[in-house]
Design a protein around this ligand. Structure first.
Ligand SMILES: Nc1nc2c(ncn2[C@@H]2O[C@H](COP(=O)(O)OP(=O)(O)OP(=O)(O)O)[C@@H](O)[C@H]2O)c(=O)[nH]1
Length: 693
């Protein structure tokens, strides 16, 4: 058979398991029916499915079962589990019934409606001990009424009718001769809802099955009816989704008696890639006793012309039991070290998370201390983000890297300011200057350039860019507001009342600073309109350089009444190829003055723009400095209030935080108990780890 992993019984110490041995009969030659029945019956009576179980693996299985009972899986810790899946009525419950040797509910319709955890434990007492655990109850069950008890418990958990539920029931069967196994039986997969079932029954069942079979710790016991084409089984499709290579899937082929002809070929071909191999069984039918069913199964595989040809190592419930025990032992040994590690890690993480949570505040003094600590932490975070450029608290969130983002905004401001120049400089060259000069004509010396004229043009230019600094100062404060809010929220997260008030107070503070800032920037803009002044020598250097072009342009424009053959465009450095036709009818003196005025303005405007960017940068730094060092105190004043009572609101803890603290405490308790459970079997884990390797 291809792809099967036959587990070596010796290696896991299950050498005392007794299984039927059919090999002393000649293959395919059936003994006389009566005689053969006697032989098999004798063996069955003298040997339970597994006569005893190795003492070493049992404590490990008990530890896993205790962890399961503690619901450690809720903490995201997966346990090795044999999960029984199959299409509806494929015979899942019947397989478990055969393994457990007790009567479980079996039917032709939907039967298993909730996950049923079956814990089989071999015990030496002749009296079986059976009980059901569900909804926090432990209900002893009489062997002859198990089916009824399970059905009643299912109704209680999943409601009457045919609906399903994900709340598990646990059936504990302590009985002489049963294999020590824990398995989960899941509802059978059905595509078409029967009367009384919800329309999405398939999706519901699929979700439950996927939840159980997805963890790599799960062993999938895929129950397939011999009478169907395995590759069309829904359960095969599902298990292949999570276990592509089939390395954790074992197939049990039921109803061998119903479709014996093709069975050998089907399990040999292994079309569906079952890594752990196949076991063919014939379960109890109708009212047969377990003994009768065992005898009948043994007789069938011994004598049937087709079934007797199947290798004896893959037929019969006892073989299935032995394989499962071995697989379970190996899986537990393989997974336990990881489980121990996961429990420890989860426990440590939860303990440190609980320690990081704030203590519940019980007095005003406590609240005051906590509040001042929060404000101190907020100031320090803001200092790092907006002043020092230290981003260790938000390494991956670039939006909070304040110093870098502020420079970006400033650069953008500078770029926009330098590029929001009025229309094309090559058109209407000197037109504005000429118009202002003509308007300002007075009885005075002709070549006298008045300050008034210069200021009039300057004011127009400043007016045109005056929105840009305001727009950017708004942008900067929007950004600062975002950072301040984020930092305040992070530090006051644990105190819901405080969070609301501090963010409100923080927002008010930023709003106040924003208004002051806008006033200041408006002042800066107004100052530029009022006076023209610079001590920067670059102004004179620049103006002198620009004036070098004056003679050339005047010569090319002002040529007397005959302009024939003169160029219509003249190149002026810094402005490009300018059109000059419109200048020809102006006097030379006016043109000279206009040119001088434009060059003065050009040289000066560069100084103005630089000064605006520089002042904005200095002003911004000044505001940030005040915010992170002094102004945050205003939040303290606003929150404490004039009478000093505002702080009391901190004593009211957020329900979410209280719930989180409770949840962490519960989880820590559970993980500590789980740790104790595994601590008791630690020495065995080491030795089994070596065996499993
Ligand atoms: N002849 C024969 N019938 C079987 C065998 N195994 C199961 N059955 C019958 O098949 C029917 C369905 O079996 P169940 O064990 O209830 O199937 P199931 O997969 O648990 O069903 P659901 O949980 O409802 O999906 C029952 O009538 C069983 O008696 C078998 O090996 N041979």
């Amino acid at each position: 058979m291809s792809g099967h992993q036959d587990v070596d019984a010796e290696s896991i110490g299950v050498d005392d398991i007794v299984i039927y041995d059919f090999d002393d009969s000649p293959p395919y030659a059936a003994p006389a029916p009566v005689e053969q029945e006697k032989v098999v019956a004798a063996k069955v009576e003298s040997a339970p499915i597994i006569s005893s179980y190795n003492d070493k693996i049992r404590p490990l299985l008990d530890a896993i079962d205790k962890l399961r009972l503690l619901m450690v899986m809720k903490e995201g810790i997966q346990l090795p589990t044999i999960v029984v899946v199959g299409d509806q009525s494929s015979g899942k419950s019947s397989v478990l019934d055969s393994l457990a040797g007790v009567n479980l509910p079996r039917s032709q319709g939907i039967c298993t409606r909730v996950p049923l955890i079956i814990r089989l434990q071999n015990h030496s007492s002749p009296r079986p001990d059976l009980y059901l655990e569900y909804s926090g109850k432990v209900v002893p069950v009489d062997e002859s009424y198990i089916a009824t008890a399970i059905n009643l418990a299912t109704d209680e958990v999943a409601g009457n009718g045919k609906g399903i539920s994900n709340t598990p029931l646990t059936l504990v069967v302590k009985k002489d001769g049963v294999p020590d196994l824990t398995m989960v039986d899941l509802p059978g997969i059905t595509r078409v809802p029967v009367h009384g079932q919800p329309e999405n029954i398939y999706e519901q069942i699929r979700d439950i099955i996927m939840q159980y079979i997805t963890p790599k710790e799960s062993i999938i016991l895929n129950v397939l009816s011999a009478s169907v084409d395995f590759s069309t089984c829904e359960s095969i499709k599902m298990s292949r989704q999570v276990d592509k290579t089939g390395e954790r899937t074992l197939a049990v082929v039921t109803k061998a008696d119903k479709a014996p002809e093709e069975l050998l070929q089907k399990v040999t071909a292994d079309d569906v890639n079952i890594g752990l191999g196949y076991v063919c069984v014939r379960n109890r039918i109708g009212d047969e006793s377990h003994e009768e069913a065992s005898r009948e199964e043994a007789r069938l595989f011994q004598t049937h012309p087709h079934l007797s040809r199947i290798d004896k190592s893959i037929v019969g419930v006892p073989v299935l039991a032995r394989k499962l025990v071995q697989i379970q032992a190996n899986t537990i040994a393989r997974c336990l070290p990881e489980i121990v590690k996961n429990i420890s890690e989860k426990l440590n993480a939860n303990v440190s998370e609980l320690e990081r949570m704030p203590k519940a505040l019980t007095s005003v003094a406590d609240a005051m201390t906590a509040f001042m600590r929060i404000i101190g932490a907020v100031k320090e975070s803001l200092r790092k983000l907006l002043w020092r450029g230290d981003f260790d608290e938000y390494p991956d969130d670039r939006s909070k890297h304040g110093t870098a983002r502020l420079v970006e905004i400033l650069n953008q401001f500078s770029h926009e300011l330098h590029n929001c120049e009025e229309s094309d400089p090559t058109k209407d060259f000197l037109a504005e200057e000429i118009k202002v000069l003509e308007d300002a004509k007075g009885i005075e010396l002709p070549n006298f350039l008045s300050l008034e004229v210069f200021l009039r043009i300057l004011q127009r230019k400043v007016e045109r860019i005056s929105c840009t600094p305001i727009k950017f100062v708004e942008m900067i404060w929007d950004y600062i507001d975002g950072v301040v809010m984020a930092v305040l929220m992070r530090h006051s997260e644990m105190y819901s009342q405080l969070k609301v008030s501090t963010t409100r107070a923080g927002h008010n503070l930023v709003q106040k600073m924003r208004e002051q800032s806008i006033n200041r920037v408006e002042e800066i803009v107004q100052m530029e309109k009022l006076t023209c002044y610079t001590c920067n020598p670059v102004y004179m250097v620049e103006w002198t350089k620009l004036m070098n072009a004056q003679d050339n342009i005047i010569k090319n424009v002002n040529t007397g009444p005959n302009h024939m053959g003169m160029p219509s465009r003249v190149t002026v450095e810094g402005f490009g190829d300018i059109a000059v036709e419109h200048l020809r009818h102006h006097s030379c003196g006016l043109l000279q003055q206009a040119f001088d005025l434009k060059m003065r303005m050009t040289a000066y405007w560069k100084i103005v723009l630089q000064r605006l960017v520089d002042s904005m940068a200095l002003h911004l730094q000044y505001c940030v400095h005040n915010l992170v060092n002094n102004d945050m105190e205003e939040i303290v004043n606003e929150l404490i209030g004039p009478d000093g009572h505002g702080i009391e609101m901190m004593l009211v803890e957020s329900p979410a935080i209280a719930a989180k603290r409770e949840k962490l405490k519960k989880s820590i308790k559970l993980l500590k108990e789980s740790k104790d459970v595994v601590a008791k079997v630690m020495d065995r884990i080491a030795s089994y780890g070596e065996l499993a390797a």
